[in-house]
Design a binder for this molecule. Structure first.
Ligand code: ADP
Ligand code: 5GP
Length: 207
C-alpha cells in the first residue's frame, strides 16, 4: 500500500514569542516523529548557531538565485533579511509519510496557506506584548532599535491571527509544547483523514 502523505504543520507567530524555544522542546522529545524543515536565511549567524542545523546560511545573491529557480515553498523578507523554506525537502519528506514541521513568520505562513490549504496552521501567541518585549530584551541578541522594529512587526502579526486554525498561548514552554502535540494528534484523527484511509482499505479489499 502507498504511504499515506504526512501532514504539513506550520507554527508561526510574532518574532520573539518563543517559536524557536517551543520548537526545540518539541524536537528534544524522543517521542516526536515530525521532521523539522530547516530554513534558509541571509541573516548573520548568531553565537552558538550551526550552518545546516539552525538554518542554511546563504548570501543575498545565492538566495535570490534560488528564488529565481523557484526553489522555495515560501520566502519572506523580514527585518532586512530573507528567510525561506526549501521546497524539495518538504515534498520528499511528506511523500515518505512523515509530518513536516515549519517554523516561519506570518508572511510566509500566508503563502503556505495558499499552496497547501490542507496544512495545519498554529499561531503561537504571547500572553501580552509586554511579555514579548521583555523576552526579546532577555534574549539579548538584538539592539534596542531592532527590538522596537520587531515589536511593531508583532502588532501587525497578531492582527493576522484569523488565518490560523489554532492559537496556542506560550505562557509556559512545556504547556505550549503539549498543546501543539495535542493539536497535531487530533488533526490526524479528523474524520476526513480517517475516512479517506478506510475508503482506500475498502477499495483494496475489493481487488
Ligand atoms: P522566536 O523564535 O519566536 O523569535 P525565541 O524562541 O527566540 O522566539 O524566544 C525569545 C525569548 O523568549 C528567548 O529568550 C526565550 O528563552 C524566551 N521564551 C520563550 N518562550 C518563553 C516562555 N514560555 N516563557 C518565558 N520566556 C520564554
Ligand atoms: P530569527 O532571525 O529570530 O531566527 O527569525 C526571524 C523570523 O523569521 C522568525 O519569526 C522565524 O520564525 C522566521 N523564519 C525562520 N525561518 C523562516 C522561513 O523559512 N520562512 C519564513 N517566512 N520565516 C522564517
Amino acid at each position: 500500500m502507498d504511504n499515506e502523505k504526512g501532514l504539513l504543520i506550520v507554527l508561526s507567530g510574532p518574532s520573539g514569542v518563543g517559536k524557536g524555544t517551543v520548537r526545540k522542546k518539541i524536537f528534544d522529545d524522543p517521542s516526536t516523529s515530525y521532521k523539522y524543515s530547516i530554513s534558509m536565511t541571509t541573516r548573520e549567524m548568531r553565537v552558538g548557531e550551526v550552518d545546516g542545523v539552525d538554518y542554511f546560511f546563504k548570501s543575498k545573491a545565492e538566495f535570490e538565485e534560488l528564488i529565481k529557480q523557484d526553489q522555495f515553498i515560501e520566502y519572506a523578507e523580514y527585518v532586512g533579511n530573507y528567510y525561506g523554506t526549501p521546497v524539495q525537502y518538504v515534498k520528499d519528506t511528506m511523500d515518505q509519510g512523515y509530518d513536516v514541521f515549519l517554523e516561519i513568520e506570518v508572511e510566509g505562513a500566508k503563502q503556505v496557506r495558499k499552496k497547501f490549504p490542507d496544512a495545519l496552521f498554529i499561531f503561537l501567541a504571547p500572553p501580552s506584548l509586554d511579555h514579548l518585549r521583555e523576552r526579546l530584551i532577555g534574549r539579548g541578541t538584538e539592539s534596542d532599535e531592532k527590538i522596537q522594529s520587531r515589536v511593531k512587526e508583532a502588532r501587525n502579526e497578531v492582527e493576522m491571527m484569523n488565518l490560523y486554525d489554532y492559537v496556542v498561548v506560550n505562557d509556559e514552554v512545556d504547556l505550549a509544547k503539549q498543546r501543539i502535540q495535542s493539536i497535531v494528534e487530533a488533526e490526524h484523527l479528523k474524520r476526513e483523514r480517517i475516512e479517506a484511509r478506510y475508503r482506500k482499505m475498502i477499495l483494496e479489499a475489493k481487488k
